[in-house]
Design a protein around this ligand. Structure first.
Ligand code: PMP
Length: 347
């Protein structure tokens, strides 16, 4: 087997955003009754470790091109962490100050990486409604009014969020499968990933089926009757309590509600059985794929069909969370016996 071609030397690490691997899954979907070919778009290969590096780069470079921001200015962004890491990385390379407002729920690992990249962090209560002054969005708005030459690029409304995926991620997928793609599956947070990929792929083939994962407790799914529960959930990066402007809810053919236990269990299986070192929302996306192909969209569950699922970030963000047996037991996602049996094997 020949190794992949190494890209030429880069001028900065920012050039290593995009161009991520697409990898066939050989075990987990099959074990769950999936007959279609499934490929994972491994977004954790981006320089900052997630799919959100793409929008960070595009939002900053477009704002620079339009003369709205310049190095030395302050970039403030409310995020669940990965957009913050992408922005902090591009900001570090280009010379911006970066302030990230982040709900308490988000992992300590993300905070450590943000700090290492020189970002200033403000934690906000997870339960604060998006339009309250204490929420990560409310606090970002206040800081922007207080700090001179500061800007919120605003991933929730910035067209460059979905455009990064329409022009980037979708084109890459289309080329990587040589146009043979019948469906795409991704989790929705801002919705930029799924909306942009849907638009990009449908330019090539209007019949591509688009499937989105939305956690139980979030309100993004359609029909609205799917969104009965408003309980909190532990998977990070997907789901919201409002509909972001960049999410085109109707471009999605099938919305699937996902739960924490299935998401974390599948993410752990992707790691253990496929060697895909993904984060928890990758498990949610795979859960949505399995439910869609076995229940709502059985026409896609055929060996001639090809489905692409987006894996947004890496286990690096969750080393003290779902990958840790004790955390899984403490949150009642696996029985204690499973972890003690593993412990005995290790002894
Ligand atoms: N998974 C993770 C881990 C994320 O950080 C995000 C970004 N919020 C998503 C999925 C969803 O991406 P998008 O905001 O483009 O919908």
């Amino acid at each position: 087997m020949s190794p992949p071609n190494a890209p030429p030397a880069a001028n900065t690490i920012v050039e290593h955003i995009g161009g991520t691997p697409l990898v066939r899954l050989n075990r987990v979907p099959q074990a769950l009754g999936i007959k279609a070919k499934v490929y994972g778009k491994c977004e954790f290969f981006n320089a900052g470790g997630s799919v959100k590096d793409r929008i960070a780069r595009r939002m900053i470079e477009e704002a620079e091109r339009e003369g709205r921001i310049k190095p030395g200015d302050t970039l403030i962004e409310p995020t669940s962490g990965n957009t913050g890491i992408g922005l902090a990385l591009v900001a570090a390379v280009k010379g911006y100050r970066c302030i990230i407002t982040l709900p308490e729920k988000m992992s300590a690992e993300k905070v450590s990486v943000l700090r290492a990249l020189g970002a200033e962090i403000v934690r906000t209560p997870t339960e604060a409604a998006y339009d309250s002054p204490e929420s990560h969005i409310g606090v970002a708005k206040r800081l922007q009014q207080e700090i001179p030459n500061s800007h919120i690029l605003d991933q929730y409304a910035n067209v460059n969020n979905p455009l990064a995926h329409e022009y980037g991620t979708a084109e890459e997928i289309w080329e990587q499968v040589e146009g043979k793609v019948d469906a795409v599956v991704a989790g929705a947070g801002t919705g930029g990933t799924i909306t942009g990929i849907a638009r990009g792929l449908r330019k090539h083939n209007p019949d591509v089926t688009v499937i989105a994962a939305d956690p139980v407790g979030s309100v993004l799914a359609l029909p609205e009757s799917l969104n009965q529960s408003h309980e909190g959930y532990k998977v990070e990066g997907i789901g919201y309590d409002f509909i972001p402007d960049v999410l085109d809810q109707k471009i999605i053919n099938t919305w699937i509600k996902t739960d924490d236990r299935t998401s974390f269990t599948l993410a752990r299986r992707l790691i253990k059985e496929e060697g895909i070192l993904c984060g928890g929302s990758s498990g949610s996306a795979l859960a949505a794929l399995v439910e869609a192909l076995t229940k709502t969209n059985p026409e896609l569950n055929h060996p001639d069909k090809t489905v692409v699922v987006v894996f947004p970030d890496s286990v690096r963000n969750y080393l003290t969370k779902f990958i840790d047996d004790t955390w899984m037991v403490n949150n009642d996602f696996i029985p204690a016996a499973v972890s003690s049996k593993d412990a005995k094997i290790r002894d």
